[in-house]
Design a protein around this ligand. Structure first.
Ligand code: SF4
Length: 368
């Protein structure tokens, strides 16, 4: 797995952000000018690499500098570690802005924590240092629990960097009419809101997210997002409790939220609460794809774009495979033994690194 956290030595008290530069390591690529947050490679020895910048020096341990050139690090000097919050060579960069959440979803991959440290200032600096044209993911926890800071962060970064795009995961519970002005002030063509809806039935959705009334509030806020012209990617994690309801959900979407950009049906990730509840939630889509197919067919017939996220390609019937892009981020993607000689591998997103080796798909590899 690609390491997202690396060891460092830095003489500082508070967390800070730097971008690693080793200009000589990339001949032909001229820096657009050094930023005060840049630290430049000074020397490399058997024990690590020394970088120097305006704020002092930083020692990186245990990783080849050529693998991290251009990365933006959030350095925690007290812990002696740094998070690679923007990897310059990857399209998969996400800022985890909080671990707090007001929902308790049965398949949550990142169970909420009470503790919160506000790092929006550091995230803003990091975003400004991102490679040209990058899309930055924002996730949690629930980012809109800190909505004022989030909207301010977006406005500030988007003003300064007109080339950046954002994809924000939110449970959609916290928008209000009072947010209208701030939302309208954003360049909405550069922000996609990923919002989960698990069922057309309020009781099924509320049960999944562990919050009575969540379905009703969500629909009201989807209407708000429509009124302010926001781009919405509606997300439905596939689970046994909502499997048979997918065709009904497709009809519901066509009537109630036809303005969405995409309906993403997602395979479940075996981590967090999903691992604890795996046997009652996981559905082998290779053994029965029919409810998913009916949902896709109906949504497509109403002009809704449908995508299948996190589905191993051979578990999807041939006529639907073009809906299943490779979506698992590079740092957490892996393949099974059955994948070794697969001719579909270059187009297939495979599995999450933590997916059990007893993968649960009866047809894995057969149609590949
Ligand atoms: S066998 Fe091929 S298509 Fe199936 S999961 Fe592995 S790489 Fe993907």
């Amino acid at each position: 797995m690609i390491p997202l956290r690396i060891k460092v030595e830095a003489n500082a008290e508070q967390p800070f952000v730097v971008r690693l530069r080793s200009f000589e390591a990339i001949p032909g690529i001229e820096p657009r000018g050094r930023n005060p947050h840049d630290v430049c490679l000074e020397s490399v020895d058997a024990n690590g690499a020394e970088y120097v910048g305006e704020g002092g020096s930083l020692r990186i341990l245990g990783i080849d500098p050529s693998e991290i050139d251009g990365d933006v690090l959030l350095v925690n000097p007290q812990r002696g570690s740094a998070d690679r919050i923007v990897r310059s060579s990857s399209p998969h960069n996400t800022f985890l802005v909080t671990e707090r959440c007001d929902q308790l979803c049965v398949m949550c991959s990142q169970p909420p924590k009470k503790h919160h440290v506000d790092l929006f200032e550091q995230f803003a600096i990091a975003a400004m240092l991102a490679p040209e044209g990058a899309t930055i993911g924002i996730s949690g926890g629930e980012p809109t629990l800190f909505k004022a800071q989030l909207l301010e962060f977006l406005a500030r970064v988007m003003r300064a960097r007109e080339d950046l795009h954002f994809h924000i995961l939110t449970n959609g519970q916290h928008f209000e009419d009072a947010d209208r002005e701030a939302m309208l002030a954003l360049d909405r063509s550069r922000v996609v809101w990923g919002v989960p809806l698990y069922s057309a039935e309020p009781e099924v959705h509320d049960e999944v997210v562990g919050k009575p009334g969540a379905h009703e509030k969500l629909l009201s806020n989807l209407a708000f997002l429509c009124r302010v012209g926001a781009q919405v990617e509606l997300r439905t994690v596939l689970m046994r409790p909502n499997l048979d309801g997918l065709p009904k959900l497709a009809r519901f979407l066509a009537v109630s939220v036809p303005f969405i950009q995409t309906w993403a049906i997602m395979q479940i990730e075996n981590i967090g609460y999903a691992r604890q509840n795996w046997s009652r939630l996981f559905h082998d889509s290779s053994s029965d794809f029919r409810p998913i197919a009916r949902g896709i067919d109906f949504a497509r017939s109403r002009g809704i774009d449908v995508q299948l996220y996190n589905f191993p390609l051979c578990t999807v019937p041939m006529p639907y495979r073009h809906h299943a892009p490779s979506t698992i981020s590079d740092w957490k993607r892996s393949y099974m033994e059955a994948c070794q000689d697969c001719r579909l591998r270059s187009d297939c997103g495979g599995f999450f690194e933590w997916h059990p080796k007893e993968h649960g798909y009866v047809s894995l590899g057969r149609a590949a």
